[in-house]
Design a protein around this ligand. Sequence first.
Ligand SMILES: NC(=O)c1ccc[n+]([C@@H]2O[C@H](COP(=O)([O-])OP(=O)(O)OC[C@H]3O[C@@H](n4cnc5c(N)ncnc54)[C@H](OP(=O)(O)O)[C@@H]3O)[C@@H](O)[C@H]2O)c1
Length: 234
Amino acid sequence: MGSAQQTVLITGANRGIGLSLCKEFIERKYTVFGSVRHESRDDPSVVELRKTGASVIEFDVTDENTIAAAFDSWGDKPLDILINNAGALTPHRMWYDVTAEALIDKFRVNAMGPFIVSKIFMPALEKSRSPKIINIASNSGQIAANKDGKYMAYKVSKTALNQVTMSLGMQMEMTKSKVIVVGIHPGWIPTKLTGMTGPDKMDVQIPKIVHTILSIGASQNGGFMDAEGKRMEF
Ligand SMILES: NC(=O)c1ccc[n+]([C@@H]2O[C@H](COP(=O)([O-])OP(=O)(O)OC[C@H]3O[C@@H](n4cnc5c(N)ncnc54)[C@H](OP(=O)(O)O)[C@@H]3O)[C@@H](O)[C@H]2O)c1
């Protein structure tokens, strides 16, 4: 159930889950914008993104100035769905090798990035009749589900992202904004980030995720769910 008028912006759209989400939304006749980093603009993956029919915009989610510049060129159009998908993982390290830089770096990409992109694009979201912010979260962010203590920097940042989702969702409700904010765990899908490992299949997960995105309503605001929309504990 798509609409030619509906606009989606997907961050980190040149590969992995972001690229597949672009393809799925284009197939459903949405107008799709995909973001890429300046440093990746000449990467062959950006050619793949262009082939989908998505419009390519450039910003780094860790650099507020680049996001503000992208928003300046966005113009007056409404944004119906913002998908904060860009993310990064640091290889597993034992605590004595986890540096302050690694912790801060992951926090910037995986938690601060989605918040700042949402903040800067909020005026465009507010112009939509039913705006949604989707944070591509992870079961790695669930504190109670931590079974091995591995990937500390990634887990810390994804836990923080869950708090961004919940707090921003609550503030949207508090201010009677129409914007709905949710976190979605996409499954464990082979991508560059996972070293191409994982039991879930991209072509199975993506339609489920898109169906969930299109189905969510105000009652799920601030929540966390899996690809099928089943509620997950923070
Ligand atoms: N795959 C899984 O099993 C899984 C599970 C749970 C959650 N997730 C989440 O799903 C999201 C997508 O991951 P993926 O698996 O599709 O990984 P991926 O294939 O490695 O894609 C990550 C994307 O994020 C972009 N990115 C990284 N840092 C960025 C920055 N500072 N600014 C803008 N874009 C940036 C990358 O751009 P470059 O190409 O320029 O590096 C790339 O387009 C992430 O948030 C990840 O945490 C994935």
